[in-house]
Write a protein that binds this ligand. Structure first.
Ligand code: SF4
Ligand code: SF4
Length: 452
């Protein structure tokens, strides 16, 4: 099996000064990309605003130490659920990597999606790639300057919108907007938004493919996961070589007319005809570009296509294989565990500790009292008042607040005293009952009435 080479400087041959402009192309894979990216963009910008029964759909509150996932408030007791979600996500990613290489990078990774958005804005403001390349060598004034300024203003607008939405998953988005409109934002929030916007602007507008090439660990992972049955974007050298432009072509020439369009559309600037490369993000732009060329010269499509090494050698390539089946099984188990976990989340957590410093207090000949400390944590919205009662025989009485008001961080610690008359058992069992907002839970504890 061929190892994927890591190319550190894939500057394309047409980028003489080291800078290149990606040429946008159209085709079936670009349509597929729209089908995956636009819903993801809509989800990102929309979910921050969605609420279910007053609860945000997706929210991470550091202040309240609470995570809300799919409308369910999770407590720290539900952390294994987060771990399950991560395992499910990772195994699905591994499954995709073994089956189709880096399709995640090409079709769903935020870095790629935002880079494409920024390139589209660039094309809207400054024209197509060839026009932009020419402009780079001309003095920046007049209409060229105006178009450049418009591009940067649009980039900044999108970067700020992205930063505000991302922050909206940690600070209520309605508060951010209201504070912004009323010019009442705290300096911390302004600083955070500025940093996030600057990072978005730099990542998608300036650094772009360098992140995929040098900072993303996934391209290195892919090298390990890849096998000779992995379907990945490949150039069919057996069909394309020897390449020759149409003027010099003869009966021995391959189908590649050496037009270079597959290189010009590549966002990472590589030439896929050099073989598998770690820099390839499987975006399939070169497939669409080459298919257009093949249509024009009346040759079959697919000179560049999703193909495994075995298929390129003319062999059959099975889709399902043991490693893939293993990832699928683990992913299914993790997803099932997460679904089950969501049906078992707790929105009211309670803790009861008996005061062990004084085992019990003898009030009179028949009455004994025990002291307790009670902690209540609420994780559902509107869960502010919790009623406390005792589940025990009438010989026990509860002394302490009957209603607990949860503080701003949704938790409270309170002292209680339970007194019992004529208790025969040394270690009597009783339970605190907590009720609030339609939820009821109890916590069993012991009542000590005499020394053993
Ligand atoms: S687009 Fe197709 S024909 Fe043109 S250089 Fe690339 S592989 Fe060859
Ligand atoms: S080689 Fe093709 S699939 Fe790979 S990154 Fe470049 S354009 Fe995308």
């Amino acid at each position: 099996m061929q190892k994927i080479p890591v190319i550190q400087d894939p500057t394309p041959p047409f980028a003489t000064d080291g800078k290149f402009h990606v040429r946008l192309t159209e085709g079936r894979f670009q349509n597929l990309r729209r089908l995956t990216t636009w819903p993801l963009i809509a989800l990102f910008f929309g979910l921050a605003w969605v609420q279910i029964d007053g609860q945000p759909f997706l929210f991470f509150s550091f202040e309240q130490r609470r995570i809300t996932l799919f409308g369910s408030a999770l407590s720290w007791h539900d952390l294994p659920l987060m771990a399950g979600l991560m395992i499910a996500g990772a195994t699905l990613l591994f499954f995709m990597a073994v089956a189709w290489g880096r399709v995640w990078c090409g079709f769903a990774c935020p870095q790629s999606i935002w880079t494409w958005l920024f390139i589209r804005i660039e094309q809207l403001a400054e024209g197509r790639a060839t026009e932009r390349s020419k402009s780079d060598h001309l003095p920046l004034r007049g209409i060229r300057l105006l178009r450049r300024v418009i591009k940067h203003l649009l980039w900044i607008f999108l970067a700020v919108l992205t930063a505000a939405t991302f922050t909206g998953y940690f600070v209520p988005i309605r508060e951010i907007v209201a504070d912004g409109v009323n010019l009442e934002m705290s300096a911390t929030l302004v600083g955070w938004l500025a940093i996030m916007a600057a990072l978005t602007y730099a990542n998608a507008g300036l650094v772009r493919e360098k992140i995929c090439l040098h900072a993303c660990p996934y391209s290195r992972f892919q090298s390990v996961m890849f096998d000779d049955n992995t379907l990945t974007v490949s150039y069919d050298a057996r069909r394309g070589e020897p390449r020759a432009n149409r003027r010099n072509a003869d009966e021995n020439s391959g189908d590649c007319v050496d037009c270079g369009i597959c290189v010009q559309v590549c966002p990472t600037g590589i030439d896929i005809r050099n073989g598998l490369q770690a820099a390839c993000i499987d975006c399939a732009a070169c497939i669409d570009a080459c298919d257009t060329v093949m249509d024009r010269i009346d040759r079959p499509r697919g000179l560049i296509r999703f193909a495994s090494e075995r298929q390129l050698e003319g062999n059959q390539s099975p889709f399902m294989r043991p490693r893939l089946a293993g990832y699928a099984a683990v992913a299914l188990c993790a997803i099932s565990a997460v679904i089950y976990g969501f049906t078992d989340t707790k929105s009211l957590l309670v803790e009861v500790r008996r005061d062990r410093s004084a085992l019990f207090t003898q009030l009179d000949q028949n009455t004994v009292c025990n002291n307790y400390r009670v902690k209540v944590e609420g994780f559902a919205s509107g869960q502010e008042l919790i009623r406390v009662s005792l589940s025990a025989s009438p010989q026990f009485t509860l002394n302490g607040p009957e209603i607990i008001k949860l503080s701003d961080n949704n938790s409270a610690w309170l002292p209680y005293r339970i007194c019992g008359s004529n208790v025969d058992e040394t270690n009597a069992k009783l339970a605190f009952v907590f009720t609030g907002n339609g939820i009821s839970t109890s916590k069993e504890t012991t009542f000590l009435s005499k020394l053993i």
